[in-house]
Design a protein around this ligand. Structure first.
Ligand SMILES: [Zn+2]
Length: 153
């Protein structure tokens, strides 16, 4: 299964084993109609055990990559075209997160007005972000995603 070649699509590698199904859910792979291979507890020289997902005929959007960075930073994406790896990307937490997750402060203006959230990632190692609007510091992994990414305002 691991060596099954992908003609076109995306390989998501170095997924922490505990996050594999979170990633699959986030990308809505349960309803994706093309072939998908999901492997867990595979050996990795780098992180011990890992999960890996191969998705045929799908490129991830920037929004999906931002969401992946939030749930598990340091995964690796390989883009495959005609059986060749044409691009490798390490997914990193960005310096800012805009309109990806909600502020944990219920009285924050970003939760009460039709507007986008905006956070500064203040501590990448510990996954801490600070809201631009209310200044509340919060754990990125505890944050709730917006159901719909783009607000038309
Ligand atoms: Zn806030």
């Amino acid at each position: 299964m691991l060596v099954a070649a992908l003609e076109n699509g995306t390989v998501i590698d170095h997924i922490p084993t505990s996050k594999l199904f979170t990633v699959a859910n986030l990308l809505k792979l349960d309803t994706f109609p093309e072939p998908v291979l999901i492997g867990n507890n595979l050996s990795s020289n780098k992180i011990g055990k890992k999960g890996m997902i191969k998705i045929s005929n799908r490129m991830l959007t920037d929004d999906e990559i931002s969401r992946l960075a939030v749930v598990c930073p340091n995964i690796r994406l390989c883009i495959i075209r005609d059986y060749e790896v044409v691009e490798k990307k390490e997914v990193m937490l960005p310096d800012t997160l805009e309109n990806v997750v909600k502020c944990a402060n219920p009285v924050c203006i970003s939760n009460n007005e039709p507007m986008r959230s905006f956070f500064y990632v203040t501590d990448k190692d510990n996954g801490i972000m600070r809201c631009h609007y209310c200044n509340k510091e919060q754990k990125i992994e505890k944050a709730e995603f917006y159901k719909q990414l783009v607000l038309n305002i």
